[in-house]
Design a protein around this ligand. Structure first.
Ligand code: THU
Length: 129
């Protein structure tokens, strides 16, 4: 599964976004360590704080299927040019040892970043022994 293919899967998932409040549709695709791909979209709520981001949604799908190690997360937004994962999603990625985050950079080309660049000096499961 290439990064381009993951971005395509994320874009497809974004078409199923439920975003009536922000009209900002986001999709995510995660590549589990066993090679399986799981997708998710943002799911908003009238109580805004109860909304779920696309990345959290895709990671929840993977973890609910039994995955405990995710290698790559790709995120695509259909209604904006740049879709960098929010801080809460970065922390959720850290829990499942995500190594790489893929998104469309400002020039439209895939941007591939280590999670450690997006979340330096992170707090993770290892801290709790
Ligand atoms: N959103 C995501 O799904 N992922 C991100 O990385 C950033 C923001 C969603 C949350 C909300 O539904 C909408 O985008 C606007 O913030």
């Amino acid at each position: 599964m290439t990064n381009e293919e993951l971005l395509e899967a994320a874009a497809e998932a974004a078409t199923r976004s439920y975003a009536p409040y922000s009209s900002f549709r986001v999709g995510a695709a995660v590549l589990a360590a066993d090679g399986t791909v799981y997708t998710g979209a943002n799911v908003e709520n009238a109580a805004y704080g109860s909304s779920v981001c696309a990345e959290a949604s895709a990671i929840s799908a993977a973890v609910s299927a039994g995955v405990r190690k995710i290698d790559v997360v790709a995120a695509v937004c259909l209604d904006g040019e740049f879709c960098s994962p929010c801080g809460n999603c970065r922390q959720i990625m850290q829990e499942f040892f995500v190594e790489t985050v893929v998104m469309h950079g400002p020039d439209g080309a895939p941007d591939v970043l280590p999670l450690s660049d997006l979340l330096p000096m992170s707090f993770g499961p290892e801290a709790l022994g």
